[in-house]
Design a binder for this molecule. Structure first.
Ligand code: MTE
Ligand code: MOS
Length: 756
């Protein structure tokens, strides 16, 4: 199939959910209403680490409309939230491990009454020693809060002999880097509504990326089999990774209340408690070392990478693993030694955030490569070009890069478009303006560490009138999945777009399709839809051909019509004929990702099924009197395989870049003495419309043979390299080699002053 012949794939079609969202008709979690519904509110730990002695709700009982308290005693199943390592209790029995952890819940007839009651519940506790700093957590004599050594998870990659190779290098460079939290700042806070059904079943409406994680958690907490629990995804107002694991906890809490009070129960977080208790991008510390010969050939790389996981493991093992695999950067290096840790601290548990453990280490590694170029007196892009992954090369895990690799072209595109080769530092009073570069590779999907989840189902049902219902297990959270997947279904069936209906996930209507993360939706659900559609297509095309009195291979299919000579029949007519002939008009699809491997001993194997790529150039101005930065423009180029919907791909680029920029220079969550100091949008500063840089976006479509219409994955890659590109531009502009993100104005100013 080549691009010109597609009817729907590769076209910038409007979003299928644009109208209901723009007109305010979409029903988000807090818009749903059920008769007799109660509202729940969380009672939270007031300190970073406490031993719970008792919980007293006698004052709360006086609140009008108070229904009661729910504690660990009300958990009907197992009091362990099933995530990866299952160490997080749904509700703690004797110890709460971070400030803001839900210790108990109350329910009442109104939201206000519930909040009031929660504030009156008294936790009697004894304070315990706590840990705030992840590096201290790893020290021998630290307080132990997790296992024997506070290590939640740890990985290594060992290829060749890095120590030996460093000795033979002409230049060796080593630095430490730090990055801070990032808050997802989705518009819709965490929300779930649990509705007990008459036969003892439980239905939960959840604002989530991962309905099947919610299913597992609600079933575990309620002690119900999976077939008695149904999770329906309410229209979700943004996720960015923040609605990957935690909605399961929120939903389980709502369900426990619903079980106890036998009424529907809504649990919706306010912004402050969402900040305090929901997952974040992990803060990180890393030490990176590169060694090269005098011609700029990189011979060795060594990385130690530590993530601040917070009080429970949640998704940290998987986030750490992605960071581990990508820690050496998109380069062909023979000698590699990577050692990574997720350390437990008494702070909010961190989890998934667009890029999933990769942006932090990319910031470090892409900054250091730039400093290496400086030491070698080489152009930073030339140095990278010399070492960059290309077809046939091997990654840090020894995986051979296949032919879907456009990285070099991407670098050339941004280099040309930005005028890099002729660009110089521009001086204007106190302002210094320059360009900075970074490049990224990104393993699409869950990869070897999550391979048992890398499968997806789809159910396609064609009604007699030619309208089509498609059920998938991956979610829309703003990124455009409903539209992209509709295009894939329409293309495969040759059905008009308007005939396709895809909606939010209902776990009772589709098999467990894994989480909607790791930019895997287009690839996994897209392929599952194609699997389901192919036999249907066969029937429809056969009927169309016989109606046209032609052979199946003689007809042309385009835009919902079938043609032979001057004759034409519509998709609907062909479907009607299929039904008349009693042909099967519904199918299940099941897609399993190609094999991936990872040997835990040395970290070698085919870590991911395929990689997407990006190159960024940031055009940044620094005021050397204040340290303030203006990001004027980002030139970015991506290889994400075929673009199913170019307009949506551009939108993903814009959003990802802006989030990357916010994390790089503005967003600064402060936790001091175990207490979060700025849990709100006034004091946690995010980029707003006036901060938006100019975007210059390009795509190189290196087709992936196993992708749906040869697509790879797009959702996360635009964020990952932005911080390093900005940092490298700042270095070029005013000569300071920053090693910490966010690169706040005051810190940059200090660095500029110290340099003088
Ligand atoms: N774009 C919007 N508008 N809203 C989101 O929540 N999440 C991001 C990215 N883009 C997100 C988004 C994250 S973290 C991921 S993993 C991918 O979308 C998931 O979508 P995909 O699998 O369809 O690429
Ligand atoms: Mo995205 S962080 O993988 O939800």
């Amino acid at each position: 199939m080549n691009k010109e012949n597609f009817s729907f794939v590769g076209k910038s079609l409007d979003r299928v959910d644009a109208e209901i969202k723009a007109e305010g008709r979409a029903l988000y979690g807090d818009d749903l209403d059920f008769p007799g519904m109660l509202y729940a509110a969380a009672v939270r730990s007031p300190r970073p680490r406490i031993r719970i002695k008792s919980i007293d709700d006698s004052a709360a009982r006086k609140v009008e409309g108070y229904a009661g308290l729910v504690s660990y005693k009300d958990v009907r199943g197992i009091n362990k939230w099933p995530v990866v390592l299952n160490d997080y209790p749904f509700l703690p029995q004797d110890e709460a491990r971070f400030h803001g952890e839900t210790v108990a819940l109350v329910a009442a007839s109104s939201r206000r009454a519930a909040k009031k009651a929660a504030s009156l519940v008294k936790i009697n506790f004894e304070e315990l020693p706590f840990i705030e700093d992840p590096l201290k957590a790893l020290e021998k004599d630290s307080v132990k809060i997790y296992g024997k050594d506070n290590v939640i998870s740890s990985f290594i990659i060992k290829k060749g002999d890095a120590e030996k190779a460093f000795k033979d290098c002409d230049i060796v460079i080593e630095k430490e880097f730090r990055t801070n939290y990032q808050v997802h700042a989705y518009l819709e806070t965490q929300t779930a509504t649990a509705v007990p059904e008459s036969g003892g079943e439980m239905t939960v409406y959840s604002s989530t990326q991962c309905p099947f994680y919610v299913l597992d958690a609600v079933a575990a907490a309620c002690g119900l089999p999976n077939n008695k629990v149904k999770i329906i995804q309410s229209v979700t107002g943004g996720g960015f990774g923040g609605k990957e694991d935690v909605p399961a906890l929120v939903a389980a809490h709502a369900a426990l209340c619903a079980l106890k009070f036998k009424r529907p129960v809504r649990l919706a977080y306010d912004r402050k408690e969402d900040f305090m208790s929901m997952s974040k991008r992990h803060p990180s510390w890393s030490r990176v070392k590169y060694g090269a010969d005098k011609n700029g050939r990189i011979k060795a790389c060594k990385v130690k990478y530590v993530l601040d996981a917070g009080a429970y493991s949640t998704l940290s093992p998987i986030v750490l693993w992605r960071g581990t695999v990508h820690a050496a950067g998109p380069y062909n290096i023979e000698n590699i030694e990577i050692e990574t840790y997720a350390a437990a601290t008494n702070k909010v548990p961190c989890g998934a955030y667009r890029g999933f453990g990769q942006p932090q280490i990319c910031f470090a590694q892409e900054s250091l490569i730039d400093d290496l170029a400086e030491k070698l007196a080489m152009d930073p892009i030339d140095l990278r070009m010399k070492n960059m992954l290309k077809t046939g090369d091997r990654t840090a895990t020894g995986q051979k890069i296949d032919d879907s690799c456009g990285l070099k072209e991407l670098a050339e595109i941004v280099r040309k478009k930005s005028g890099w080769d002729k660009s110089k530092v521009q001086t204007n009073g106190d302002k210094r303006r320059a360009l900075g570069f970074s490049c990224v590779y990104y393993g699409v999907g869950l990869g070897a560490k999550g391979r048992y989840l890398d499968r997806a189902g789809a159910f396609v049902n064609i009604y007699r009138d030619g309208s089509v219902q498609v059920n998938v297990g991956n979610t829309e959270m703003g990124q455009g999945a409903l539209t992209v997947l509709s295009q894939i279904a329409a293309e495969t069936l040759n059905a008009p777009m308007k005939n396709i209906k895809l909606s939010e996930v209902d776990t009772s209507k589709v098999p467990d399709s894994g989480p909607t993360v790791a930019s895997r939706t287009t690839l996994m659900s897209g392929n599952a839809i194609i699997e389901a559609c192919l036999p249907l297509r066969e029937n429809i095309f056969s009927c169309a051909a016989s109606m046209l009195k032609a052979g199946k291979n003689q007809i042309k299919a385009f835009g919902g019509f079938f043609y032979f000579g001057k004759r034409k029949v519509s998709f609907e007519e062909a479907v009607k004929e299929c039904w008349a002939q009693r042909l099967k008009m519904s199918e299940q699809g099941w897609y399993v990702a190609p094999k991936t491997t990872f040997d835990i001993k040395d970290g070698q194997g085919d870590a991911y099924v395929i990689y997407s790529y990006s190159a960024d150039i940031a055009d940044v101005e620094v005021d050397i009197k204040t340290g303030e930065k203006t990001v004027h423009k980002i030139y970015a180029a991506y290889d994400v395989g075929r673009l199913i919907n170019p307009k949506l791909a551009y939108a993903q680029a814009h959003g990802g870049i802006l989030q990357g920029m916010g994390w790089a220079i503005m967003e600064n969550l402060v936790i001091k003495d175990g207490i979060m100091r700025n849990p709100n949008f006034t004091d946690y500063v995010l980029p707003i419309s006036t901060d938006v840089p100019e975007y210059d976006i390009s795509f190189v479509e290196k087709l992936y043979k196993h992708g749906p219409y040869k697509a790879k994955g797009m959702g996360e890659v635009p964020l990952i390299g932005v911080a390093a590109a900005i940092r490298n531009a700042v270095k070029k502009a005013c000569g300071v080699s920053l090693t910490e993100a966010p690169m706040l104005a005051e810190k940059t100013l200090k660095a500029v002053k110290e340099k003088k």
